[in-house]
Write a protein that binds this ligand. Structure first.
Ligand SMILES: C[S@@+](CC[C@H](N)C(=O)[O-])C[C@H]1O[C@@H](n2cnc3c(N)ncnc32)[C@H](O)[C@@H]1O
Length: 494
């Protein structure tokens, strides 16, 4: 788990502690993977793998799929390409239906039927940790991309040529994210890709051309990163047969054309998986009336901006699920509490009964999960709130009267009394101030930079850190309001 904060306030780490990050430019893929078709930019604002790729809608129809006659592929502003309604489409209409053979999945059968390139691909996939599942399917994507006459070429040639995920940022722009948990994840992915590049080269070194998983072509960290980003930004996890055990579970798959839908938390379309007696079909259905010229959207998930940027390469402004991570740390919490005017806080040396509750909250002990969050729908993570309430009181008997769920709930006002709640809210606000002050720049400075002519990755880094700081400010506002309601005559400034 990323560790955001160390033991003293002065050592709070919101920025990266280590400096090594990999800079990859997916355009270098061109030179490394010598594909059968040359890479060039398309005429659209979102360059695809080839300038004039085959018509995806026609291909889906030819392969037995259904596409509503009013569905078109069109530019969708900063989102790249998207699906647009050429006429009003009524709620409940089927928009797209894909028969089972169209989605691109990682192969699931263990038997290779004598195809060694297949078993070599499976062997490579075994080196990929489960959390990087996108890389497994990415290997299959790379295999198909390298294959002359691949069934999926009409789909693959329509994929974006480059991605804006932070593994492709320059070292400086990774640092410009200013947020340690994300820097940690980006560095981890870059490190994995560099190591995996070596692993892949080692594995295929002596493989005969006909058994080579990528048709004899060299695969480097950039091409692996391209494939991983293509999958993480487009794949859906749907019901299907899993590789690990052959059982049915959530299986990642790429859904041609359906993956042209952009994201919205209020989508007008939804995916339905039809599991009839025959082969399963992937359906997209209009969840509401879709007006002429409107874009069709799906909800990619209730994710924070770390995941949107890491996996999809964009930042959602005012994302209600965005949050910041902190490390539950006695020294830091004592410092915040003292800054908030609480005398003798004992986060560093809790009483045995308090320690017991911390263990129940999984904030103490060997398996403790010390990462806690502020922001998102909860505003203050329940475990953190309960810990503060318990550690800022000496009254064990009053605490024992409440169950943990009550102590974890912000909507249950002052369960341990007004002065306890006031100390809790003040400590949380002080934590927010500390976290905010730790960012090397202020929102206003970021906004000024954003108005300048900056690169796409710098723009994303600026948007990302502005949103993180805004989350902290929103949490502070919310807590200050609660504090005011609690003690209307007390001024927050004190
Ligand atoms: C599943 S694809 C959608 C099709 C894609 N726009 C294209 O041109 O191929 C997901 C990608 O679309 C873009 N995207 C989707 N929703 C977006 C949004 N709400 N804001 C910005 N970019 C978005 C991001 O680049 C993301 O990685």
């Amino acid at each position: 788990m990323p560790i955001l904060m160390s033991s003293t306030t002065s050592k709070i780490v919101l920025t990266a502690t280590r400096d090594y990050c990999l800079t990859m430019n997916s355009r270098t893929t061109t030179g490394v993977l010598t594909f059968h078709r040359r890479f060039t930019c398309s005429a659209t604002g979102t360059p695809r793998l080839v300038p004039n790729p085959p018509d995806l809608i026609k291909w889906v129809r030819r392969e037995g799929g259904f596409v509503h006659p009013s569905v078109r592929i069109a530019e969708s502003g900063p989102c790249g390409l998207g699906l647009v309604a050429s006429e009003e489409i009524p709620k409940g209409s089927e928009l797209i239906a894909l028969p089972e053979h169209i989605p691109l999945r990682f192969p699931v059968t263990e038997s290779d039927n004598g195809d060694e390139s297949y078993s070599n691909l499976i062997n490579l996939a075994r080196h990929v940790p489960e959390e990087l599942w996108a890389m497994r399917l990415g290997l299959k994507l790379l295999q198909e991309r390298a294959k002359t006459g691949s069934f999926w070429w009409p789909y693959i040639s329509n994929l974006p040529e480059t991605y804006t995920t932070p593994i492709f940022f320059s070292g400086d722009d990774i640092k410009n994210l200013q947020y340690a948990p994300l820097l940690y994840q980006v560095n981890k992915r870059c490190r994995f890709l560099l190591d995996f590049e070596k692993e892949v080269r080692r594995e295929v070194e002596d493989v005969k051309l006909q058994n080579h998983p990528f048709g004899g072509q060299d695969v480097d960290a950039s091409s692996l990163g391209w494939a991983m980003s293509a999958v993480s930004s487009r794949a859906f996890r749907l019901h299907g047969k899993a590789l690990q055990n052959g059982n049915h579970g959530n299986v990642p798959m790429m859904l041609p054309l359906i993956d042209m839908c952009n994201h919205s938390f209020n989508p007008n379309a939804e995916i339905v998986q039809e599991q009839g007696s025959g082969n399963p079909t992937m359906l997209v259905v209009a969840g509401m009336n879709i007006k002429e010229r409107s874009h069709m959207t799906l909800n990619y998930g209730c994710l924070n901006n770390d995941l949107f940027l890491l996996d999809y390469g964009f930042v959602v402004p005012s994302n209600p699920y965005d949050c910041i991570e902190l490390k539950y740390d006695g020294g830091l919490f004592d410092a915040a509490s003292m800054a908030a005017g609480v005398s003798n806080p004992n986060f560093s040396s809790p009483a045995p009964w308090q320690q017991q509750i911390l263990s129940k909250l999984n904030l103490d002990g060997e398996q403790a999960l010390l990462k806690v969050t502020l922001g998102g729908s909860e505003v203050v993570e329940g475990r953190l709130l309960a810990a503060l309430r318990v550690l800022l009181t000496n009254e064990a008997e009053i605490v024992q009267k409440h169950d943990l769920n009550t102590l974890k709930s912000l909507s249950i006002e002052a369960p341990l009394g007004l002065s306890n709640e006031s100390a809790v809210l003040r400590t949380l606000i002080a934590l927010c101030v500390i976290a905010l002050n730790h960012f090397p720049t202020k929102i206003m400075e970021d906004e000024t930079l954003l108005k300048k002519d900056v690169s796409t990755s710098m723009e994303l880094a600026l948007q990302f850190r502005i949103q993180k700081k805004s989350v902290i400010i929103d949490v502070m506002r919310d807590l200050a309001k609660r504090l005011k309601l609690l003690s209307p005559n007390e001024s927050l400034a004190s």
